[in-house]
Design a protein around this ligand. Structure first.
Ligand SMILES: [Ca+2]
Ligand SMILES: [Ca+2]
Ligand SMILES: [Ca+2]
Length: 319
C-alpha cells in the first residue's frame, strides 16, 4: 500500500511576529489524500494440475492452480512455452502442445519462475482409454448352413416354422471367452432347455456361438437333437456370457422360434404340400443328394417308417 499526499500553497500572507517585525508566508493546504493499492507480485507457485496427463498430440486444456499468477508472462511445459489465460491470481488455464514423457509445468512472472515441484509434473500419454467390450444381445439364426433348409421356408405371418431345429447360432458383438451354466434357456411354456444339460455350446473364442441339442426322445423339450415342437423363446442371460473385458448386463429374448416336425415348407401346419415333399424323400438315406434331413425325425440318417409315424400323427395339425 502506498499513500500519496497532495498539498498546495495558499495565497501569500504577512503576519506580525513578537518583535513587531512582519514576516510573509504562504499557508500550506492539503488538497487531497489518496490511498492506492499496489499489486504485490510474488513468485508463482504451482500446487495442482487438472488433468495432470494428456495426449502426446497436445490440445489438452490444463487448469493450473497455485498462487502468484497475476502478471504471469510465460507458462512452459517442459521448457516449451504454451498459450495460457490468467483466470485469477490462483488459476491459469493453459493448452498443451505436443510432447512426450513427464515434464515440469512452470509459471514465470516479473519476480521469477515457479520452483519445480512434484505437483507441477505433467505426463504426455498415448494411451487412449477405451471402454470395455462386453457381450451385447446377439443376433440369432436357426439351422444356419444346414441342409435342413434345402426346401425353402415360407414365411407365415413373418415367421418361419422349421421341421427340425438342430442348431441355433448366436452372433455377438465381441469374442465370447466363457459361458456359465444356464446362460442360454429355451422355453416353450412347458419345457425348459438350457446349456445346463440339454444344450451344448461351441465356438468359444469367437463372436459366433452355436447351440446344439443333446438328449434322447425322452428328454423333455428335445427330440433327437432337435428342439421339440412348440413356439420357443430363447433367453440369453448376458451376465453369464463373458468376453475378455467382462460379462454382459441384463438379458435378451429371442421370440418365436417355431418348430413343428413335418412342416417342411414352413406354412405353420403339416399339410398336403409337406406330404408331397415327404414322399419325394421317402426311402432315401443321407448319402443321397435328394435326402431331406428335415424329415429325419429320429435322426438315424434315413427317411423311413420310423419317420412316417411322427409325420402321420401330426398331419393336419398346426402350431
Ligand atoms: Ca516437477
Ligand atoms: Ca406345411
Ligand atoms: Ca429317420
Amino acid at each position: 500500500m502506498l499513500t500519496h499526499l497532495n498539498a498546495i500553497f495558499g495565497t501569500r500572507r504577512t503576519r506580525t511576529v513578537s518583535n513587531n517585525s512582519q514576516r510573509s508566508f504562504r499557508p500550506l493546504r492539503v488538497e487531497s489524500l489518496e490511498v492506492r493499492d499496489t499489486p504485490s507480485i510474488t513468485i508463482a507457485e504451482t500446487a495442482n494440475l487438472s488433468p495432470n496427463s494428456g495426449s502426446v498430440d497436445g490440445s489438452t486444456i490444463v487448469v493450473i492452480t497455485g498462487s502468484g499468477f497475476t502478471g504471469a508472462t510465460e507458462v512452459t511445459f517442459g521448457a516449451v512455452p504454451v498459450s495460457f489465460v490468467v483466470d485469477s491470481d490462483i488459476q491459469i488455464t493453459a493448452t498443451t502442445l505436443s510432447g512426450t514423457g513427464t515434464v515440469d509445468v512452470l509459471v514465470t512472472n516479473t519476480e521469477g519462475t515457479s520452483a519445480n515441484t512434484a505437483a507441477d509434473d505433467f505426463t504426455y500419454t498415448s494411451d487412449v482409454p477405451t471402454p470395455p467390450v462386453i457381450p451385447m444381445a446377439p443376433s440369432v439364426t436357426v439351422n444356419t448352413g444346414s441342409s435342413l433348409l434345402d426346401v425353402a421356408q415360407t414365411q407365415t405371418g413373418g415367421l418361419a416354422t422349421f421341421s427340425r431345429i438342430v442348431t441355433v447360432e448366436l452372433t455377438f458383438n465381441t469374442a465370447i471367452t466363457t459361458v456359465d451354466p444356464a446362460a442360454f434357456t429355451f422355453s416353450n411354456g412347458t419345457d425348459t432347455v438350457t446349456n445346463d444339460g440339454e444344450v451344448t455350446v461351441s465356438g468359444l473364442g469367437t463372436n459366433v456361438l452355436t447351440l446344439t441339442f443333446e438328449g434322447t426322445d425322452s428328454t423333455p423339450g428335445v427330440e433327437f437333437h432337435s428342439l421339440a415342437d412348440g413356439i420357443w423363446t430363447l433367453t440369453t442371460d448376458l451376465t453369464k456370457v463373458h468376453s475378455s473385458d467382462g460379462a454382459g448386463e441384463g438379458s435378451a429374448d429371442t421370440n418365436n422360434i417355431r418348430r413343428l416336425y413335418g412342416d417342411a415348407n414352413g406354412t405353420g401346419t403339416v399339410d398336403g404340400g409337406d406330404y408331397g415333399l415327404f414322399g419325394s424323400t421317402f426311402g432315401l438315406n443321407d448319402q443321397d443328394p435328394s435326402f431331406q434331413a428335415q424329415f429325419d425325425a429320429n435322426s438315424d440318417g434315413s427317411i423311413n417308417g420310423g419317420d412316417f409315424g411322427p409325420f402321420g400323427s401330426r398331419f393336419g395339425t398346426g402350431l
